[in-house]
Design a protein around this ligand. Structure first.
Ligand SMILES: *Cc1c(COP(=O)(O)O)cnc(C)c1O
Length: 360
């Protein structure tokens, strides 16, 4: 498709072309139903299959143990910021939070509405350019909350903290499915789908059974994990079309060879991009400490803001979109989620080298 660009948008983000083509092929008549997927009843047999397959493929790809539920919810990761404390935190109780940037802060703000927040670690002292190693965990905390990949700051946890018996809960919105992880380390994982899993509109939650049970009862029905776990995420009308696209993305990842294959390509992409920055260090500067660099979102600066603006504009003219850093931090951000192929990073790094030479 000659008219598509290399899309480095941070989210919603690029989707695999075979997924877009399958969506198109299924319009306007899905499998002989005479209807498009978004016109099917959420109680229909055809949708039930989509719904079940999306979840069973998630289980298979992520190697989710039996004692965890997969939920397909709405409201984005931002709804999880309050759903977690609403379910698990009461006045006088404490939730541990690690503050690694803008998204962590939003989670912390919501946590404070329900109980005490102990900021067990923070990298705010150095502008969120690293993942804190030494945490001050409260052994009596109800949970420990981390942001596994910091989409704006460009940092990523590579090993997860040992929280003893306290459930670890992670916002994995921007690195879920990017590599193999041991689900057993977590009590709850959540992710808005629009970075690595599919389109906006659906939020994946992986939650351990004992936490489903532990959730509070005296909160609104829609905010209880129990409601959605008991009704297999069909308590009300879910985001059916988004779930269908999620299913197509999962199928695509399975065809690519699963998370082993995905992880290898992602590492290769990260090495190439950060290698190019390192090899042209008079021109490109990555503020993030080496051991904390994200292989999903790479952030870097150019010598001046004018050159950064030129880089974004020339990049777009050359077929590279979405390179502008988040408005709160400036600079350049390259979001290279699963659906960005190695060829895209090869093309971009060639452009980077040429740009550095011409503008040095
Ligand atoms: C994008 C993002 C969010 C916000 O997700 P919504 O689905 O828009 O609520 C939260 N956390 C992280 C780490 C993100 O990257």
């Amino acid at each position: 498709m000659a008219d598509r660009i290399w899309n480095f948008n941070p989210g919603p983000a690029t989707l695999p072309l075979p997924v877009l083509e399958k969506m198109k092929a299924d319009l306007p008549n899905y499998m002989g139903t005479g209807m498009a997927v978004m016109e099917l009843s959420h109680r229909s047999k055809q949708y039930a299959e989509i719904h079940a397959e999306a979840q069973s493929m998630m289980r298979e790809l992520f190697n989710i143990p039996e004692n965890y539920k997969t939920l397909l919810l709405q409201g984005g990761a931002s709804t999880q910021f309050y759903m977690i404390p609403m379910n698990f935190l009461s006045e006088g109780q404490t939730g541990d939070y690690v503050n690694t940037g803008a998204w962590s802060k939003k989670a912390i703000k919501e946590g404070k509405l329900f109980g005490n927040v102990n900021v067990a670690g923070s990298s705010e002292d150095e502008n969120f350019t690293y993942i804190p190693k030494d945490l001050n965990l409260d052994p009596n905390a109800k949970y420990v909350h981390i942001t596994s990949n910091n989409t704006i700051a460009g940092t990523q946890w590579t090993t997860f903290p040992d929280t003893g018996g306290v459930p670890l809960m992670a916002d994995m919105s921007s690195d879920i499915m990017s590599k193999k992880i041991d689900i057993n380390r977590f009590g709850l994982i959540y992710a808005g789908a629009q970075k690595n899993l599919g389109p906006s509109g659906v939020t994946a939650v992986i939650i351990r059974d004992d936490l489903v049970e532990k959730g509070k009862d005296d909160i609104p029905t829609m905010t209880k994990y129990k409601t959605h776990a008991e009704k297999d995420s069909l308590f009300n009308t879910g985001p059916t079309y988004s779930v269908y696209i999620l299913k197509l993305v999962l199928e695509h990842v399975k065809n690519m060879g699963g998370l082993d294959a995905v992880e290898n390509v992602n590492k290769e992409k990260g090495d190439l991009l950060y290698g190019t920055i390192g090899a042209n260090s008079e021109f490109f500067r990555c503020p993030v400490k080496e051991d904390s660099r994200s292989i999903m979102n790479a952030v870097f600066r150019l010598p001046t803001e004018d050159l950064e603006a030129k880089f974004v504009a020339d990049g777009l003219a050359a077929g590279f979109g979405g390179l502008k850093g988040h408005r709160s931090v400036g600079g350049i951000r390259v979001s290279m989620y699963n659906a960005m192929p190695l060829a895209g990073i090869q093309a971009l790094t060639d452009f980077m080298k040429d740009f550095a030479q011409e503008n040095s």
